[in-house]
Ligand binder design. Structure first.
Ligand code: FAD
Length: 310
């Protein structure tokens, strides 16, 4: 199976979605290849539930969008869907987002672009240059196929293309911790002050021996939907610990299982302690842990205005 397009985008997270939609709107025939069965990347598959970077850094009041165009459109669509506007955290304005709405908004955006095709459940597995064009190998539910394209966007978040074309890439020696974000339902009201009380409850649980020390890496945030929270568990392995390898499939699988174990033990503990949690249950696991950093390109490339126009 061979498909031929102007632009191929690998990965349908925030970056890939923006690239694919804007390329299609400028008239290109675009193919977006995504491993999961929905778009949004870590904002959906890993349940990361806030957008940073949409607003200017300000010390005064009021959030001001940093960029017109697609980022502003995305912010407007998300605010319309959730009814929640930007929230000030220190000097940063952050937009809470709901992964379920992100998936739906991405579907709507794709549907509106006839020159954009999306292939879900498609893992890109190789890449080469042939006669001045890119040839991408992919696998989709046991079918192997190719996409030919003139322009290629690597929005995998893992710099996958660097690996295949021998580009200079590395993994930073000190990495931010990975995190495991999960959904909880059945919690009574959860105002912001409750976050501190929950942190106290976790410390108590660890001190009493009811919870493992890893529970201290867990924090909660209301999703904006009635009775629903997100729990974010910072997993061990990052920063000073050299054992964590974000590209090691066995190590990552163990981290994810550990995330589920700790999350379950904490929710069970809080349910017994009540504090408005007697009916709480874990309603959603992420499709994958949140990996903040992995393989990255090394070097510097400056895109000129002329290249963009060409
Ligand atoms: C725990 C955590 C908390 C965070 N908190 C925030 C926050 O509060 N606010 C904020 O703005 N940002 C936050 N971030 C960062 C934010 O999630 C990322 O900046 C953002 O997701 C990057 O988007 P992306 O499109 O570049 O990559 P990703 O979101 O990683 O998307 C990459 C996509 O490519 C796909 N893909 C990868 N390889 C292949 C392949 N070979 N074939 C096909 N598809 C492939 C993946 O399935 C994925 O959908 C956080 C990240 C983590 C991990």
């Amino acid at each position: 199976m061979i498909r031929d397009v102007d632009v191929a985008v690998i990965g349908g997270g925030s970056a890939g979605l923006s690239a694919a939609i804007t390329a299609a709107r400028s008239g290109a025939r675009v193919m977006l290849l995504e491993r999961h069965g929905f778009l949004g990347g870590m904002g959906t598959a890993s349940l990361v539930h806030t957008f940073c970077g949409l607003y200017l850094l300000k010390s005064g009041p009021g959030a001001e969008l940093a960029n017109p165009g697609f980022p502003s459109e995305m912010a407007e669509r998300m605010i319309a869907a959730t009814g929640i506007g930007p929230v000030r955290m220190g000097r940063v304005d952050v937009l809470p987002q709901h992964p379920a709405e992100f998936v739906r908004i991405a579907d709507d955006l794709v549907k509106a672009e006839p020159s954009l095709s999306v292939q879900w459940h498609t893992e890109v597995i190789g890449l080469r240059k042939c006669d001045g064009r890119w040839e991408i190998d992919w696998a989709c539910r046991g079918t192997l196929g190719k996409t030919l394209c003139t322009a290629l966007v690597d929005a995998s978040g893992d710099a996958v293309t660097a690996e295949w074309i021998g580009g200079l890439c590395d993994v930073a020696p000190r990495l931010q911790r990975p995190a495991y974000v999960f959904g909880i339902q059945g919690v009574g009201s959860f105002p912001d002050e409750a976050r501190l009380a929950m942190a106290g409850a976790l410390v108590e649980g660890v001190r009493s021996g009811a919870l493992a020390k890893a529970a201290l890496g867990l924090s909660f945030r209301a999703s904006g939907r009635s009775g629903e929270l997100f729990g974010t568990l910072d997993l061990a392995g990052g920063e000073s610990e050299s054992v964590y390898d974000p590209l090691d499939p066995v190590g990552l699988s163990a981290l994810e299982a550990e995330g589920r174990r700790v999350a379950s033990s904490v929710v069970n503990h809080l349910r017994k302690a009540d504090r408005g949690w007697s009916s709480a249950f874990i309603s959603q696991w992420p499709a994958r842990a949140g990996i903040r950093e992995s393989r990255r390109w090394v070097g510097r490339a400056c895109l000129t205005g002329a290249q963009i126009e060409a």
